[in-house]
Each structure stands twice: as structure tokens, then as C-alpha cells.
Ligand binder design. Structure first.
Ligand SMILES: Nc1ncnc2c1ncn2[C@@H]1O[C@H](COP(=O)(O)OP(=O)(O)O)[C@@H](O)[C@H]1O
Ligand SMILES: [Mg+2]
Length: 348
């Protein structure tokens, strides 16, 4: 199974998120719904995250990382598959149940302005979710806001309360965005490239902060980046995404030190991770990924893969267990009948 060994807070099972390709009115009139094509942004991913643990997702731009993240916090609805959060499938939550879920699962965006209203000062930004989620006492809200500013290192908090987003530095703004995600004390936080817009000099502070928070507050965390050296620093487990699939997932050290999927190998040889030598890996990554509308038959990485075999052009590879909670979707690691049996048992 692709599950973390510990009891999961979040379990994602064969999640697909497809978007309709917009076509011109003329095409629609001629073809009707028959011609509808789909962007397969997320095309069957499974993973789990336990409390106190962080899962990383890495992969080139356009592979479906942000769509996965947004679906986990129900900004998008799954097309098919399940997102089970604390035992409940969130796909069809509505009303009070959805509000309660939003209380517990939060997202930190690449651009802090996505979660900060520029016309609100810091106090208003942080109080808003508390008001929405029913904290009635103004005194209690202010205390929570001050405490949260302290947690994200904006001290003394009283200095920041009346500031507006544009009056702060990029790093301070991202700290406020993190504070906004934490102010309700969620049990799950997914951060989508949270430092990619920041100066290198202030990235480490934000990364350390997030790493500590996930441990100290016993949350389940997800960290998304195209940069594997950041993922390695942040995450216990790591999944490598390619065109809507997780092609390899396992303990971060295993995946980063000895990637098995040719795409993971290519990604790591293109952007080496400091302190890890990849002598045996020299895999060029050629061309661009095809678009997720017209996927090639067989393995979707096939057309760019240096180790392509005949079967790869015909048969889509399935996830295979290769030990230590690691899974790889590649025909190079074909399953023995014994392993196939184990998988059947493991998935029950
Ligand atoms: N709202 C949307 N409508 C249509 N297509 C989308 C939408 N969001 C993302 N996509 C497409 O889905 C694919 C995955 O995008 P995304 O999840 O943003 O990837 P990543 O975050 O890994 O760069 C891309 O081809 C992108 O163009
Ligand atoms: Mg993205």
C-alpha cells in the first residue's frame, strides 16, 4: 500500500481531478457534449499522511501539485476517488460539516496575497476566520491572534496588528499567511511552494518555522515544491508526480538517495540535492511533458524515458511495492506473483 505506516489523518484513494477543456461556442454547437475533452490534472493518486508527519510532493510545473493541494482542502471537488479526512470522505460535505472541515484543514499558498485581503490589517485578517467559525468573544479572539503572531515569530505581536499586507516585507507577509492558516489550530496544513516567491536569504526562516510547527502542534503536513532539496529538508515521505500520477513514493531518504523511477532519477540528476551523491545517475530529461489532455498510450513518461521498453508503449504501469513502504509505477520493477498477493492483502 502507499500508506504511511502510522494511523492516517488523511487518506487519499485513487483521486482524480479532471477539468473540462473550454472550447469555442461554434465547436460546442457542432459537436455537442460528445467532443468534450478533459485536462487530467490529477489522474489517480493515492497516499496518506499521519499526524506529526510531513509528505512532500515534487515534480515539474503542470504535473498537478497545486490541483492536488486545492482538492485536499476542498477548494476543488474530486472528480472521482476519495479524500478521507479524520474518517470522513470530504467529497460531498456541505453546510455545517463543510465549515467544520474548513476549520481543520488549511492551505498556505505560494502568493500570500491569495489568502490576505489587501484592505484588511493583520488583526482583521487573522480575526476573520475566528469570527466565521464562531469565536464570539472579542477578547478571546484578540488573545488567539496575539498568540498566533507570536508562534509565527512576528514579535512583539502588538506591533503588527495594525499593519496592512503592503506595509510588510515578503517574508513577514508569508508569516502572516501562515498565521492565518494556523489561527484556527487545524490538524492538517498543506503548503504550496510557500517560499518560491521569497528571497533566498529569508527562506530558511520560513522553512524552519513550518517544520517546527508541524512537529510541535502535532499536525499532519504536506509540502509542495519543484525543489527536491527543500523537500528533503522538510519531509518524512516524498512523492514524485508526473502528469497527474505519483510515479514513486517512499521515505524521503530512500527516494532522494536512490530514486528508482526513471523520471525521479532524471529529476534528481537535473537538480542535484546537496550532500547527496548520485554517481550512478546520469539521466537526461529531454523535452517538455506532453499536455495532460492528450496522454500517450501505455506509460505516460514513456516518450521521454531513456529506459523505455516495448511494453511501455502499450501497457500503463501499476504501482508496485518495492519494500520499506515504497511504491514505484514502472515496468522496470515488475511484480512477482508473491508481491501481487501481498498487495491484495495490504489493500483490504
Ligand atoms: N482550474 C483549472 N482549469 C483547467 N485546467 C487547469 C486548472 N488548474 C490547473 N489546470 C491544468 O492542470 C494541470 C496541472 O496544473 P497544476 O495543478 O497547477 O500543476 P502544478 O501545481 O504542478 O504546476 C496543468 O495542465 C494546468 O494547466
Ligand atoms: Mg503549482
Amino acid at each position: 500500500m502507499t500508506w504511511d505506516q502510522r494511523a492516517a489523518l488523511l487518506e487519499v484513494k485513487d483521486l482524480k481531478v479532471h477539468f473540462p477543456v473550454r472550447t469555442s461556442l461554434m465547436t460546442q454547437m457542432v459537436q455537442g457534449n460528445r467532443g468534450q475533452r478533459w485536462v487530467k490534472a490529477v489522474d489517480g493518486v493515492s497516499f496518506s499522511v499521519a499526524r506529526g508527519r510531513t509528505l512532500g510532493l515534487a515534480g515539474e510545473s503542470g504535473c498537478g501539485k497545486t490541483t492536488t493541494a486545492k482538492t485536499l482542502v476542498r477548494l476543488y471537488r474530486p472528480t472521482t476517488g476519495q479524500v478521507v479526512f479524520e474518517g470522513t470522505d470530504i467529497a460531498n460535505l456541505g453546510g455545517r460539516e463543510l465549515t467544520s472541515f474548513r476549520h481543520r484543514a488549511q492551505m498556505v499558498f505560494q502568493d500570500p496575497y491569495e489568502s490576505l485581503n489587501p484592505r484588511f490589517n493583520v488583526q482583521a485578517v487573522l480575526e476573520e476566520p475566528l469570527v466565521i467559525h464562531g469565536m464570539k468573544s472579542a477578547k478571546e479572539r484578540l488573545a488567539r491572534v496575539m498568540e498566533t503572531l507570536e508562534i509565527v515569530g512576528l514579535t512583539p505581536p502588538s506591533v503588527y496588528l495594525s499593519r496592512f499586507p503592503h506595509q510588510m516585507s515578503g517574508g513577514q507577509r508569508q508569516r502572516v499567511a501562515i498565521a492565518r492558516a494556523l489561527v484556527l489550530r487545524p490538524s492538517f496544513v498543506v503548503a504550496d511552494e510557500p517560499v518560491s516567491m521569497l528571497d533566498v536569504s529569508i527562506r530558511a526562516g520560513i522553512l524552519n518555522l513550518m517544520k517546527q510547527l508541524i512537529r510541535n502542534m502535532n499536525m499532519a503536513g504536506m509540502y509542495i515544491s519543484h525543489d527536491l532539496s527543500l523537500i528533503r529538508y522538510m519531509c518524512d515521505r516524498t512523492g514524485i508526480m508526473y502528469l497527474g500520477r505519483i510515479v514513486e513514493i517512499g521515505e524521503t531518504d530512500d527516494v532522494v538517495r536512490k530514486p528508482m523511477h526513471p523520471y525521479a532519477q532524471a529529476l534528481l540528476s537535473a537538480v542535484p540535492v546537496p550532500e547527496v551523491t548520485h554517481e550512478e545517475i546520469k539521466v537526461p530529461l529531454e523535452g517538455e511533458p506532453p499536455n495532460p489532455v492528450d496522454l500517450p498510450p501505455g506509460c505516460r513518461f514513456g516518450p521521454r524515458c531513456g529506459r523505455r521498453m516495448d511494453i511501455c508503449t502499450r501497457v500503463e504501469p501499476r504501482p508496485m511495492a518495492v519494500g520499506n513502504g515504497r511504491w514505484v509505477e514502472c515496468h522496470l520493477y515488475r511484480q512477482t506473483p508473491d508481491q501481487a498477493d501481498q498487495e491484495m492483502v495490504g489493500n483490504e
